[in-house]
Design a protein around this ligand. Structure first.
Ligand SMILES: Nc1ncnc2c1ncn2[C@@H]1O[C@H](COP(=O)(O)OP(=O)(O)OP(=O)(O)O)[C@@H](O)[C@H]1O
Length: 244
């Protein structure tokens, strides 16, 4: 479903990604775990065709980020911190307008919005203007907007950050409930409990390099640790982990 080969990205003289290569299946929630500055957002922006790598290739659901960026955008939904909502429009208006951009009819759009309402508990957001949203309401509509066209690949970049416990629960339940054959969710975070709950496999990224990829049991066995957090430290700070 996702194939990355040797993705490298520099900002001036700073190297943010160092030859990242990985593959995922088509029916999984794939965690991207890394500390601040690891390169997670850079990598996900490249997959969303918002940024070009200096080197390397990526295929998403068979679409190449270089030769078919439009095709990539059709098969991917993206939630990242940088997306605002038009303050004067209601949730329903925002979602309908995005549905139209994807070529859906009003009937199809409203059916899809009703479906997303069930999963994401959009409730009051649909009739309320975005300018009046709480953080949790805003994030629900941002997520609904990202998946309005039912894309096979969903990229969630720190999507739970800033959410309260209820909104975070809705998000994690949504990720679980929308698992399906042919669907890949890429879940980037630095919160271990989220990874433990929803991710089938995890890639650990640190200082632009992929340190390990595997299921949580595989990472535990590889590092000889008991918890994901300890395994993570053993991978990114081996000197500290071994000293402890
Ligand atoms: N536009 C830019 N210009 C220069 N450096 C950048 C730019 N964007 C990101 N970086 C640097 O690249 C590195 C990776 O940043 P990135 O945002 O991809 O990391 P991240 O893993 O998503 O971190 P966080 O969890 O803090 O969001 C950081 O050191 C960051 O300062």
């Amino acid at each position: 479903m996702l194939e990355l080969r040797d993705i490298t990205k520099t900002y001036g003289t700073f190297t943010a990604l160092r030859g990242v290569t990985l593959q995922t299946g088509g029916n999984e929630v794939f965690g991207l775990l890394g500390p601040n500055g690891a390169g997670k957002t850079t990598l996900l922006r490249i997959l969303a065709t918002l940024l070009r790598p200096d080197q390397g290739t990526a295929l998403l659901a068979g679409r190449d980020i270089h030769s078919d960026p439009e095709g990539v955008r059709r098969v991917v939904g993206v939630v990242n911190g940088g997306m605002g909502l038009p303050a004067r429009l209601t949730g329903q208006e925002i979602l309908r307008s995005f549905a139209v951009l994807y070529g859906m009819t009003r009937t199809q759009a409203d059916a899809r919005i009703a479906e997303l309402d069930q999963h994401l508990e959009l409730g009051r957001t649909l009739g309320t203007r975005a300018g009046e949203y709480s953080t949790g309401m805003k994030q629900k509509v941002v997520i609904a907007r990202a998946v309005i066209h039912d894309p096979p690949v969903l990229i969630l970049d720190e999507a739970a950050s800033g959410l309260d416990i209820f909104a975070r629960r809705t998000l994690l339940d949504f990720v679980q409930a929308t698992r399906a054959p042919g669907r890949l969710t890429i879940y980037s975070t630095h919160v271990m409990s989220e990874v433990e709950e929803v991710c089938d496999r995890v890639a650990v990224l640190h200082e632009g390099a992929l340190l390990a990829t595997g299921t949580i049991p595989e990472l535990l066995s590889r590092t000889g640790e008991r918890t994901l957090e300890r395994a993570f430290f053993a991978l990114v700070r081996p000197e500290v982990a071994h000293a402890g």
